[in-house]
Design a binder for this molecule. Structure first.
Ligand SMILES: Nc1ncnc2c1ncn2[C@@H]1O[C@H](COP(=O)(O)OP(=O)(O)OP(=O)(O)O)[C@@H](O)[C@H]1O
Ligand SMILES: [Mg+2]
Length: 546
């Protein structure tokens, strides 16, 4: 049926005037209607529209609660959509992916994509909430993802789809993420919302347990321990323990403590948080740093004995007399000075390791390294805090063989016997062995590198012998001197004093020998665990795990 042109014009004119009247009415309503009434009308309109709208919406915000932490659900959805949306979305964002050789795509803001699950169609929209420009601090972008689906599929979506989405999202995240090395930046004391307390770079350390020079048995034990930990989520939940484990790595410089941390991270595919304790202002900041760490990570505190004066803080407090306290207070009143030193206390650190806050996140390893294990407060390294103590020591022949295989691709060589003999007699760190095995020019062959190592071993041996001789001479000199002084006091002449000294020295040696013999008998009967249980680092070449 044809509509006459006259009627058509009339209809358009009526429609135009209706729209114009509505807009005028709306403008007056917006301007003159009280805020409360307007809000009431808006709520009513919403309710009416919701009644007729058959679609349900679920919003997942980037920051939840008091915005201390990025929402894990948001991260999982982001990862899930990065794979599932890149096929259908038209506007995508690209970020560098794992290994720095591929780009990871994700949906751009205000983009809409469709997903299908068990025949049910759902829609995802990404968005951003506008932040107040009047705020004192720069606010972070508050992003969100919104899921829409028909109300008839409510059960399928809430019970199965969301679970599937989180599981898959987490797996994708682990597969595609770039592992990171974090450090606490001392530059920003109190970060704004946009800054985080940790700054990071991509973690690319190449060390693995295969390249580490360790006795095979110990290496296997450590690997087993780490892998068992990473697979024990249910076990930890069952026994009511937080899913975390502490490792104390101790030993002389250059024995591979830092290298082992990198090998651990590479084995478990974890991020590394390198915590610089001296840059942490106080216990509150330490807690904030802990909250901001994610699961699947290793938190490292290197050289814990030097980081802060944690060893004596408890004792010092108790030792201080009330008189000293008064003097301190008076001095502080007279000249209040700005305190730039860290106020982290031992109890703050203990809480960091196993206080209530340490439970957030889960799947975390805490590693302390030290050169002087005996200096540490026993409370800090007791089992439950530092569950496993790994003593890394001078290079053993077994460890040397690993390095020879890595550096020179050698399994056996005629010069190995000499090296083995020298290694029994002297102490050399894996770092020194590694340095000597490193070819210094393209022409350096296997023999050259091995003879470099032999020379280094001989030099170390000679230096150790010279030092021992020097010490003995010093001791002898001191002994003679004290004897002479004694003789002078008693009025005996020089020659007699010399004789007295020689006699005393001979007696001392005899006593020393019998004492040594006694000690040897005792130690032979003692187990190895008992001797290292006294917190004494192993003196022999080789490592130990407790
Ligand atoms: N057990 C080892 N296996 C393989 N390489 C090692 C080992 N120990 C040391 N190295 C080599 O020596 C270098 C120094 O080692 P690393 O930094 O791990 O020592 P460290 O024990 O952390 O020393 P420090 O106590 O001074 O921090 C490393 O770059 C590594 O190449
Ligand atoms: Mg180190």
């Amino acid at each position: 049926m044809m509509i006459p042109p006259q009627l058509m014009t009339q209809t358009w004119a009526t429609m135009g005037s209706t729209i114009a009247s509505f807009m005028l009415f709306w403008a007056i309503f917006q301007q003159y209607c009280p805020h409360e009434v307007r809000r009431y009308f808006e709520r009513c309109t919403h309710r009416i529209m919701n009644f007729f709208n058959p679609y349900i919406k679920i919003t997942i915000h980037e920051y939840t609660g008091d915005r201390l932490k990025r929402s894990e659900a948001f991260a999982a959805v982001e990862a899930y959509l990065s794979v599932n949306s890149s096929k259908s979305a038209k506007r995508l964002k690209a970020e560098m992916g794992r290994g720095n050789n591929n780009l990871v795509l994700s949906m751009d803001e205000h983009e809409r994509v469709t997903d299908e699950f068990k025949g049910v169609k759902v829609w995802w929209v990404s968005g951003k909430v506008a932040t107040s420009s009047q705020s004192l601090y720069p606010q972070p972008e508050r992003r969100y993802y919104r899921l829409s689906f028909h109300k008839s599929h409510r059960e399928t979506i809430t019970e199965s789809y969301l679970k599937h989405l989180v599981t898959e999202g987490k797996e994708i995240k682990v597969r595609s993420r770039q592992r990171k090395l974090y450090t606490n930046s001392s530059g920003h004391r109190w970060p704004s919302f946009k800054q985080t307390v940790w700054s990071h770079i991509t973690f690319e350390h190449p060390a693995t347990f295969d390249t580490m020079a360790l006795e095979p048995k110990i290496k296997e034990e450590i690997i087993d321990d780490l892998v068992t930990f990473s697979q024990s989520k249910d076990f930890y939940a069952r026994i009511g323990k937080t899913w975390k484990r502490g490792y104390l790595l101790y030993g002389p410089p250059g024995t591979g403590k830092s290298t082992m941390i990198a090998a651990m991270a590479n084995l478990l595919n974890y991020d590394v948080y390198d915590l610089e304790l001296t840059a942490v202002k106080d216990n509150t900041e330490l807690r904030k740093l802990l909250i901001e760490t994610t699961g699947k990570s290793i938190i490292v505190i290197e050289d814990i004995d030097c980081s802060l004066d944690l060893t004596g803080q408890r004792k010092k407090k108790a030792d201080k007399s009330s008189e000293d306290d008064k003097l301190d207070k008076e001095a502080a009143r007279k000249e209040p000075k700005e305190d730039t030193t860290s106020k982290v206390t031992l109890s703050g650190l203990l809480n960091f390791i196993d206080g209530l806050w340490s439970a957030c996140g889960g799947e975390r390893i805490i590693v302390f390294t030290t050169n002087y294990v005996e200096k540490l407060d026993p409370a800090l390294i007791r089992r439950g805090r530092m569950d496993k103590h790994i003593g890394l020591s001078y290079c053993s022949f077994e460890a040397f063989k690993v390095l020879a295989k890595n550096y020179l691709e050698l399994k056996q060589h005629a010069m190995f016997e000499t090296i083995q003999g020298l290694m029994k007699e002297t102490k050399i760190t894996p770092a020194d062995v590694a340095e000597n095995l490193m070819p210094k020019s393209p022409l350096d062959g296997v023999e050259k590198c091995l003879s470099n190592l032999i020379r280094a071993l001989e030099e170390t041996k000679a230096a150790a012998a010279a030092k021992e001789r020097e010490l003995a001479a010093d001791k002898e000199k001191a002994g003679k001197e004290s004897c002479r002084k004694q003789a002078e006091k008693e009025g005996v002449d020089g020659e007699t004093a010399e004789n007295i000294f020689q006699k005393e020295a001979a007696m001392e040696q005899e006593n020393g020998n019998s004492e040594k013999h006694k000690q040897k008998e005792e130690v032979d009967g003692e187990t190895y665990e008992a001797s290292v249980g006294k917190n004494e680092p192993p003196q022999e070449n080789g490592n130990c795990v407790m």
